[in-house]
Design a protein around this ligand. Structure first.
Ligand SMILES: [Zn+2]
Length: 395
């Protein structure tokens, strides 16, 4: 099939971090093909929805065909759509770290004004982190289904600048988890029956948004609540990120201080225990087994496999560093750490009986920082009670 394959008449470029499904659907639309037929030409035997960013059913031979059809180089395609890196070799069964799975980037429409400016028509879906939820050029909110205008809400754009800086300092996917938990808490606070001073801010922000023609005026939808509470969510995100390092003993008082409200004015019905509980839960699911129990250790590279490195740790156990967890950036197999060399790894859970490891510098940094916090902190030192780790699974 490859020899007869030629570039499509309309060979669109992917938008940066566009989902695979969005790109294929746009290519199909522009060339008047069905998505099923385009998928057949490329190889993967399945239709892609626009928000689909998975590579199940893709094989390594499909990438060159996509490159031929689009007239783009494979590195350019991988750069725009990093999810495609997982199809580069056969038999790769990447086991996603639990934290990555829980904090998977959200898939949502790209800024409609940016796309129009670039002459791109039709829906473009991108896979982006929560901190990329504001288009600063057009002052649009991108996290929800409606791209709300933010010129009446300067605190949202300034919060987003702080949020971006926070993410640059703390590395994903951990800071994304902190955001998810903070969002859960502000959403709970929002629904408290007893209005707090924070509700005045939230209602004022909601009042600047255009009326939702289909929504209940007294019960804003999740997207609107996320927007209205975003500054407070970002404050809590930052607090949680720093509490891992510094171990605040009274998280509730610290939250009140940072939100500039009296502690007793924080939404009632939420105790310090409830505020910290999601953190403890987060550590249970994502961190306790993989990073606290096994922690950071040195291991000897004993094999290069097509899927990554086999590494023996001091206990004698042999773990696997998936090829995408060798470094934060793509590493050519020729440049993998040599057999016999000693590398620093962090435990990442078990897939069945198989120990998974990571040597990504960002994972090591974060593991070390959080372990240091565990040693300092007395408020969150209950890691010994955590049950078996079950967050890792094959995908
Ligand atoms: Zn824009």
């Amino acid at each position: 099939m490859n020899s007869r394959l030629r570039a499509l008449p309309v060979a669109l470029a992917p938008v940066h971090h566009e989902t695979i499904g969005s790109y294929l659907n746009r290519l199909a639309d522009a060339n008047h093909l069905s998505i099923g037929h385009l998928s057949f030409l490329i190889g993967p035997g399945r239709r892609h929805r626009r928000d689909d960013n998975r590579v199940g059913h893709w094989s390594p031979a499909d990438l060159p065909r996509l490159a031929t059809l689009t007239g783009r180089s494979i590195p350019a395609l991988l750069h725009a759509m990093p999810a495609l890196t997982a199809v580069q070799e056969t038999g790769v069964h990447r086991v996603t770290l639990a934290v990555e799975e829980a904090s998977e980037p959200r898939r949502r429409p790209a800024c409609r004004l940016c796309m129009a400016h670039r002459g791109i028509h039709g829906l473009v879906v991108r896979s982006t982190g929560a901190h990329e939820g504001v288009c600063h050029r057009h002052r649009l909110w991108l996290l929800g289904g409606n791209q709300h205008e933010l010129s009446g809400l300067p605190e949202i754009t300034s919060t987003n600048r702080r949020h971006r800086r926070l993410v640059r300092r703390h590395k994903s996917p951990f800071i994304a988890m902190d955001y998810l938990h903070a969002r859960k808490i502000t959403a709970l606070w929002f629904r408290e029956a007893d209005p707090s001073p924070l509700h005045q801010c939230w209602n004022r922000r909601l009042d600047t948004l255009p009326e939702d023609p289909y929504g209940d005026p007294h019960r804003p939808d999740e997207d609107r609540i996320e927007l209205a509470t975003y500054p407070e969510t970002a404050v809590l995100t930052s607090l949680f990120a720093s509490s891992h390092r510094r171990g605040h003993h009274d998280l509730r008082a610290e939250a009140a201080r940072r939100l500039a409200v009296a502690t007793q004015d924080l939404p009632t019905g939420l105790t310090d225990n409830q505020l910290t509980h999601p953190l403890a839960n987060w550590k249970t699911r994502a961190m306790a087994e993989q990073l606290t129990k096994w922690s950071v250790t040195d291991g000897t590279v004993i094999h290069h496999m097509h899927y990554g490195l086999r590494v023996q740790i001091p206990s004698g156990e042999i773990g696997v560093v998936d090829r995408v967890d060798i470094d934060d950036n793509y590493v050519n197999p020729a440049d993998w750490p040599a057999i016999g060399s000693v590398i620093t790894v962090v435990g990442a859970g078990y897939a069945g009986p198989q120990l998974r490891l990571s040597s990504r510098p960002s994972h090591l940094d974060e593991a070390r920082a959080r372990m240091a916090a565990d040693h300092d902190s007395t408020t969150q030192a209950e890691t010994g009670k955590f049950g078996p780790y079950s967050g890792v699974r094959s995908s």
